[in-house]
Design a protein around this ligand. Structure first.
Ligand code: IMP
Ligand code: MG
Length: 177
């Protein structure tokens, strides 16, 4: 049991399971992007560990860049999405792979995808470590999914609860939810 601020979290997905799955996803992405030199775009802050591990496991030539946007305050969805900061690359004719920590309501990605599409990339794929299908409210589908989880709040491996928990190597779930 781990305490962050006022809440307790229990172990949910081990670091070994995460690493195994990340390797599998990287292999799929490799195979789908042979000779394409994709540009990975990691969405900060949550995806930084997932992005680092995926990118390390990729064997084809590829680029990576990070952008920042946010839609979450505490454990419930916030009311506004902040615009993308740091997207300086030209995306025209590039094969883009978006790296996200978790696909929850889908609001973050549904607001960010049009920004990407506007630049006419050759392809756009979404890779997310986690997805909560029962929480999905927007028409967003990920092409690569690490784990499908119930609509419960999780922390660790980059994911936070009000700033804490990102450094936990395993993913933990909010207790008594
Ligand atoms: P969405 O816009 O509702 O899909 O939410 C996506 C963002 O909310 C993610 O990139 C996370 O930063 C955050 N988020 C959603 N669910 C969780 C969770 O269970 N734990 C921590 N952060 C979460
Ligand atoms: Mg995030």
């Amino acid at each position: 049991m781990i305490r962050l601020h006022d809440k307790e979290f229990v172990p949910y997905i081990s670091k070994e399971k995460i690493q195994k799955r990340v390797t599998e996803l990287a292999k799929q992405i490799d195979e789908d992007h042979k000779d394409k030199k994709p540009l990975f775009i990691g969405i900060l802050n949550g995806s930084f560990m997932f992005a680092a591990d995926i990118f390390r496991a990729i064997t084809i030539h590829a680029e990576i860049s990070f952008i920042k946007l946010a839609s979450y305050v505490g454990t419930t969805s916030g009311s506004s999405v902040i615009t993308a900061i740091g997207l300086t690359e030209k995306l025209e004719n590039k094969h883009v792979v978006i790296l996200e920590d978790i696909l929850d309501s889908g609001r973050t990605l549904s607001s960010f995808l049009p920004v990407i599409e506007m630049q006419k990339p050759a392809s756009i794929k979404i890779a997310t470590l986690l997805t909560k299908p029962t929480a999905l409210r927007y028409d967003i589908r990920a092409n690569y999914v690490g784990f499908t989880i119930p609509d419960k709040f999780v922390v660790g491996y980059g994911l936070d609860y009000n700033g804490l928990g990102r450094n936990l190597p395993d993913i933990h779930m909010l207790a008594d939810q």
